[in-house]
Design a protein around this ligand. Structure first.
Ligand code: FAD
Ligand code: FES
Ligand code: FES
Length: 1336
């Protein structure tokens, strides 16, 4: 059959595609074919929401109009678009004409930093408002379950969009009720400096006018009455068939039994993209009425198998609201599971049938359907049959009892009867948008004698290759009374029946086993409560269930985020044109919100452009025996394979020159770049790269820190800092504690992955590169070296980055050098943007650390002596690892004065991808170990935590352990203010009371300080350059050495230039960062970019001012433009460079002398959490931060940095876990498995104050660095969790210090809350089995 025409609409314009390839996604089509670059690619697997667009279509399910919903364009097959309308971020507003209110509000509320996530967030909000113009706050927060942001910490987005909510409250801590002075904080103290909580003014926002929205295309409206026709789209490898009737569908399935039925493509799409699966025939049944109907029967509700999960949610919510509650126990359980399922973008397209038929062992719905005995109707050309979903339905891993020519037609979800109870539970790493670790459905039916079990079904996911029933346990519980004895027996039986091999895939074996018992316990108590109220008419649930146990049955509830941000206002009398110190909006925010801001991959394709896909090692340590490209060469569009043989210059690369551009005979980590395939398109190069066959000879790898220590595999000799006499200190101490802590690594997860476009110029070896890098100069050097040309032939240009966080400081060169070689070899422009899985595999991250300590202290809690050893996993090249270790050692005191101290740091050389810079650069790891031993000291001494920490804080004028004097030491002010703002002592009391009254939920609190040294560890980087060019119309083009990656650097630099030159910010423009304007720059890193580039900009501006001075003097009443013109006419240069180098830096490790830092930034945070002792879940209740940022250049940007860093740290210490096989292969290669904080993870109360009156004499306009210092404050959440665990352990009589490694995941929290359930699931003896994953 011939291929059909695909007809759809994008932003109101009709698109007719004659040659559609079913493998193309909507995202690729929008970006590559239609040139609509606003929609971004962040992950390609439905996990980040950067690609969100809105779909409008006539739906069989809702015949009363077009349905509008958000989808992930990265998973949406282009073929599913027939007669559908798409709205992208470009279709709703523009910075050139009018921003849509959704775009305006995120921009003006400072909710866009790097902006890469912004179009997706805009479109999610837009789709919500199109359906609900007046949402409530809970709906808004739930709506963002499918969107991630790595920069902002979410608070500003929520705050900006709160203005759309029905109950949107006024801003400020007092809701603007203060008398006259704006903020209530001004009334509390007699302070000269005025405080403000107003970062933006909602009164300026345009109102939302739903009548102004684009209408559904009339042409598509006409289609609704026309009969459907069968469609066929043929591509290179895949044929897409869209039958119009059920009969056609069944005939096609008989004809192509191996064909996949695709509805949402949220499973199949991922299999094809990430698992290299190919399904040559796809059948799309979504338009067939029999597949999308909903019908009430006497026994329940029947849903067509293609009903989307969102539509199921709507129907079930209505049923639960309208029917007797005893009937809807299963419906409620399905809703509970769907609440913590994927985000709306997935649920809006994913089908109920798709979830069942994927037959995933961690499906959230299958345990529910199995436990309630749902009926499935199957259909084939031969007829229909109805079966029960029971233990026979799943026949193996991802296999079901369906015959090849059968399809799932519908599913009946039953009502429950009186005396029947049902619950479902799920535990995942992250609450929002995460697949389950263990999930379950539990049902019990009682006999007439109402507490005797008649039937019981317990079904689990995550405990076997399929969803399983706990058959034996259920059998033993029949006819038993629902009491303590039954509970005890059930737990013993479940522990036996739901057993797992210690090597089981997925790991977390003890945790998973314990969860099966914890869930049953929750079910037991829930049913007991219901029985109590029904049998005894008892509304007091404490009759059968003890009061302290009721908490175990409470479902998770979170109040909408409440926030206060306070900063010092500019002094009265500051000119309105002087923007320094004001919360000026990030200057690209509006463009970012409209999808107009150009990132590297948004640069339109060159006519003859090619694409490079890297070919990387699958072995951690091996010799390369052969590389076979034969199969790859047969892939259409293949151009060439590049490898070490194609390098015209030097193959040596890396910061320490211990790396190669392409592996030469030997690979030293999984992900080591061996070569690359160049082809005409990304899809073809990806396919061909997968077809390259490499033979290896295995060598023994070193993967973990432990293995490296055993084999003494290190970089350089250990670094040491020592002060005082440690031994004597121990002897004089009252107590000594020793311990160890491991801190896991962290993936940068910038939303924009690494990207380079290299364009050979064809003359004199010139090449122009557009790179997503924090380090244009290093890129220029590396490319020149690999091509064997002088650096002056290489031009590197950086417009903006979609986040960097240190990940694009040194590692971006591994991509750009490879792309440059490809461009050199082919003589054509070559592009490469890493896929998320490649980026995570290849580019390294934050170093995992192991800390071993011994600390001596006095009875009053005063620390006397500390000996600490740090080990980090550096990976297969030195990169910046030694400097990272240096910083860890410089921070081994955190903020405490330790008279006798000795620290040693060793970087392990392993067969892992090289770890690198990451916001904080070893500082957070160094300080985390400090707070670990401090916590031990607190527990051991039995003294109040706040008292011990405060006692040990430094004072003004103290010398640090590296003998640098602390001047302008504001930490104690931050501490005092934070204790006061957080009401620490009152909260501590409330928490103690809570913990006494609740056995299975515990709360904890911690207040943590930070002191962060400001300067590059490598001091020659403490320099910056700027170029100011003034044009005859008075406009100024500013360029400096820093790259804009969301941190607002360009905005701050324009503020500095504007103040210095005395002209409005609107007169000044920054176009890009490039090696031909400001040469030999330092990387944009170490938090110092605003400090050093700010001074360089200042110096350049001063030069210009000096040159203009004569013209100003002769015409004092003239304007800026007049003086500039005069200067021009008089042949005075209007272009000036500025340079700055930080004076007085230098440190000698041997002598322990000199100043490694220019100054320090200080902050304190107090956090409060609640943990669920049964599941390990935790909730961040409150955080108060007080931070010294000097005199803020821009309070909105600085608060954004504080919150963003804090939330990134929250991920590091409580959530993000990279999982590796014992062979060093990374399992967690995308947002599906690697969980960064989502909207729901931020503290419900989130307060940030900038310390007042603390000008810093060391940096531009009295400001301070802010990018990295606040990150460590998130340790307050970790130690609050540890505090809560301590309370849980005390219930089991455990009151000694205990070990908790980072991150504090649900697994670690649950395992640490030792109780009778954990005792029933003992760990296997280490060394007796091969674990699925290892701690690296
Ligand atoms: C970001 C993300 C988050 C997710 N979160 C969760 C989660 O929290 N919990 C969870 O359980 N799942 C989750 N999933 C998995 C997935 O979304 C669901 O399983 C979804 O319901 C699949 O439906 P679909 O229509 O997209 O399936 P598709 O990809 O279209 O199809 C899936 C499979 O089902 C088969 N199939 C579909 N319909 C039929 C039919 N009628 N008859 C026979 N075979 C059929 C297909 O042939 C294919 O093999 C998530 C997926 C993503 C991408
Ligand atoms: S790119 Fe589509 S969800 Fe991440
Ligand atoms: S602004 Fe959200 S990812 Fe950068």
């Amino acid at each position: 059959r011939k291929t059909d025409q695909l007809v759809f609409f994008v932003n109101g314009r009709k698109v007719v595609e004659e040659n559609v390839d079913p493998e193309t996604t909507l995202l690729t089509y929008l970006r590559r074919k239609l040139g609509l670059h606003g929609t971004k690619l962040g992950c390609g697997e439905g996990g980040c929401g950067a690609c969100t667009v809105m779909i409008s279509k006539y739906d069989n399910f809702q015949k009363n109009g077009a349905t509008l919903y958000s989808v992930n364009a990265c998973l949406f097959p282009i073929c599913a678009l027939h007669h559908v309308a798409v709205t992208t971020v470009e279709g709703i507003g523009s910075s050139k004409t009018r921003l849509h209110p959704v775009q305006e509000r995120i921009a003006k509320s400072h909710g866009s930093q790097c902006g890469f996530c912004t179009p997706g967030i805009v479109m999610s909000m837009y789709a919500l408002l199109r359906n609900r113009p007046n949402p409530v706050m809970e709906e808004i927060e739930e709506n963002f379950q499918g969107n991630l942001c790595r920069c902002t910490g979410y608070r500003p987005i929520v705050q900006g969009y709160r203005t759309f909510a029905k109950t949107g409250k006024s801003e400020g801590c007092c809701g603007g009720k203060a008398s006259g002075q704006g903020c209530c904080m001004n009334e509390k103290e007699d302070n000269a400096a005025m405080v403000s909580s107003i970062l933006f003014n909602p009164a300026e926002f345009q109102p939302l006018d739903p009548t102004q929205e684009p209408i559904f295309p009339p042409e598509l409206l006409m289609q609704k009455n026309k009969p459907l026709e069968q469609l066929c789209f043929r591509g290179e490898r895949v044929m897409w068939l869209q039958p119009a009737t059920l009969e056609e569908l069944l005939t096609l399935k008989a004809q192509y039994p191996a064909a996949k039925l695709v509805v949402g493509n949220t499973e199949v799409g991922i299999e094809m993209r990430l698992k290299n699966m190919l399904y040559p025939v796809i059948i799309a049944p979504a338009w067939i009425p029999e597949m999308t109907f909903v019908q009430y029967t006497k026994k329940g509700i029947i849903f067509g198998a293609a009903c989307t999960l969102s539509s199921v949610e709507v129907v079930l919510k209505k049923a639960v609201a309208e029917l007797d509650s005893y009937k809807t126990e299963v419906f409620q359980a399905v809703l509970d599971q769907l609440r913590w399922f994927a985000g709306p973008q997935v649920k809006n397209v994913a089908a109920l049938g798709g979830n069942i038929m994927t037959a995933s062992p961690i499906s959230d719905l299958n345990p529910v359907f199995m436990a309630c005995g749902s009926k499935l109707t199957l259909a084939s050309i031969e007829g229909r049959r109805t079966i029960k979903m029971d233990k026979n339905f799943f026949t193996g891993y991802r296999k079901t009892a369906l015959k090849p020519n059968e399809i799932l037609l519908s599913i009946e979800i039953p009502f429950t009867r009186k005396g029947e109870y049902f619950s479902a539970f799920k535990q995942a790493s992250r609450r929002e948008d995460d697949i389950a670790i263990v999930t379950c459905g539990m049902r019990v039916l009682f006999k007439e004698v109402r507490n005797q079990v008649k039937k019981i079904k317990l079904s689990y996911g995550g405990m076997a290759p399929t969803t399983v029933m706990a058959g034996k346990t259920c059998q033993a519980l029949m006819h038993r009374e629902w009491n303590e004895d039954l509970l005890q027996e059930a737990c013993h039986l479940l522990a036996e029946e739901m057993n797992l091999s210690p090597s089981a895939p997925g790991g977390m074996v003890d945790f998973r086993r314990t969860l099966t018992l914890s869930f049953f316990f929750k079910f037991y108590l829930t049913v007991l409560q219901k029985l109590d109220s029904e049998l005894n008419g008892n509304n007091n649930p404490h009759e059968l269930v003890p009061y302290e146990y009721v908490c175990a049955t409470k479902v998770f509830h979170k109040d909408p985020v409440n926030n206060v941000q306070l900063f010092q206002e500019v002094p009265a009398g500051q000119s309105v044109e002087d923007m320094v110190g004001r919360p000026l909006v990030h200057l690209s925010a509006a463009k970012q919100a409209c999808g107009e801001a150009v990132y590297c991959d948004d640069i339109p394709c060159y006519e003859n452009e090619l694409y490079l896909t890297l070919v990387t090692s699958t072995k951690a340590h091996a010799k390369i025996l052969s590389i076979d490209t034969t199969e790859a060469e047969c892939v259409p569009g293949f151009v060439c394979f590049i490898s070490v043989k194609d390098i015209p210059g030097s193959n040596v690369s890396g910061i320490a020159f211990d790396e190669t551009v392409f592996a030469d005979n030997m690979v030293t980590c999984v992900g080591h770049i061996i070569g690359g395939v160049v082809a005409d398109t990304h899809e073809h190069s990806r396919r061909a790269a997968k077809a390259i066959k490499i033979k290896y000879e295995d060598l023994l790898p070193i993967i973990t820190i432990q293995e490296a220590i055993e084999k003494q595999s290190f970089y350089d000799v250990p670094r040491k800092i020592e002060k005082g006499n440690v031994q004597k200190g121990f002897e004089e101490s009252d107590y000594i504690v020793e311990g160890e802590m491991y801190i896991g690594g962290q993936e940068h997860f910038y939303l924009e992955t690494h990207c380079t476009i290299a364009v050979p110029k064809g003359e004199d070896g010139e090449m122009e590169l557009f790179v997503s890098t924090q380090n244009p100069t290093k890129t220029q050097e590396s490319v020149a070296s690999v091509l064997g040309v002088p650096e002056n032939r290489i031009l590197v240009r950086v417009k903006r980055l979609g986040g960097g966080f240190g990940g694009k400081e040194s590692r971006s060169t591994i991509v750009s050098t490879a792309v440059a070689v490809a461009a050199f070899k082919t003589g054509r422009p070559v592009r490469c943007m890493l896929d998320r899985d490649e980026d995570m595999l290849i580019t390294g991250g934050r170093h995992p650390f192991l800390g071993q300590y011994k600390v001596g202290f006095m009875k009053n809690g005063k620390i006397n002596s500390l000996k600490v050893s740090y080990y980090s996993n550096g990976g297969n090249s030195a990169d910046l690892s030694l400097a990272v270790m240096d910083r860890a050692l410089f921070h081994m005191d955190n903020a405490y004065n330790i008279p006798n101290i000795q620290g040693e740091g060793t970087v392990c050389k392993t067969n892992m991808p090289s770890n690198t810079a990451f916001r904080g650069f070893g500082g957070p790891q160094g300080m985390m170990i400090v707070e670990c031993w401090m916590n031990d000291v607190i527990l051991k001494s039995g003294l109040p935590a706040e008292q011990v920490r405060k006692l040990n804080l430094y004072d003004e004028g103290d010398l640090t352990h590296f003998n640098q004097k602390l001047e302008g030491f504001t930490l104690k002010r931050c501490w005092k203010e934070c204790v006061k703002n957080s009401e620490y002592h009152t909260r501590k009391q409330i928490i103690d009371d809570f913990n006494r009254q609740n056995r299975w939920k515990k709360r904890g609190i911690a207040i943590i300080p930070t002191k962060f040294g400001i300067s590059f560890i490598i001091h020659l980087c403490q320099r910056a350059g700027a170029l100011v060019q003034v044009y005859t119309d008075g406009s100024v083009l500013l360029t400096h050495g820093g790259a804009e990656m969301g941190q607002g650097l360009h905005t701050k630099m324009i503020q500095v230039a504007s103040k210095t030159l005395g002209i409005p910010t609107t007169t000044i423009h920054i176009s890009e960062t490039s090696t031909n304007t400001v040469p030999n720059t330092s990387p944009t890193a170490a938090s110092v970019s605003a400090d050093i580039n700010g001074m360089a900009v200042f110096n350049a501006c001063k030069t210009i001012l000096k040159r203009l001075e004569p013209f100003k003097s002769s015409n004092p009443k003239g304007s800026w433009k007049d003086w500039v013109n005069e200067a021009y006419v008089n042949c005075v240069s209007l272009s000036a460079t500025g340079f700055y180098r930080v004076p007085g830096l230098g440190y000698d490790f041997k002598e322990n002398k000199g100043n490694p830092f220019d100054y320090f930034s200080y902050g304190v945070a107090c956090s409060e959490v609640e943990i669920d002792c049964l599941t390990g879940d935790h909730q961040n209740l409150r955080t108060h931060i007080v931070m010294d940022v000097g005199t803020s250049l821009n309070p909105a940007i600085d608060i954004g940095q504080i919150e963003g860093a804090f939330v990134q740290g929250l991920g590091l210490f409580t959530l993000e876990e990279l999982r590796y096989s014992p062979e060093g292969d990374l399992y967690s290669r995308g947002p599906g498995m690697y969980k960064i904080p989502a909207f729901g993870d931020i503290p419900t109360e989130f307060h940030v104050s900038l310390l007042r009156d603390c000008p810093n004499s060391k940096a531009i306009y009295a400001s301070k660095a802010v990018g990295e210092p606040p990150l460590f404050l998130s340790a307050s959440v970790f130690y609050a969790i540890k505090d809560a665990i301590f309370a849980a352990r005390a219930e089991s009589g455990l009151t000694q210090p205990f070990r908790l490694d980072s991150p504090a995941t649900p697994e670690r929290i649950r395992n640490a809350c030792v109780d009778n359930f954990t005792k029933l699931c003992p760990s296997a003896e280490p060394g007796t089995f091969k674990p699925w994953s290892v701690r690296v």
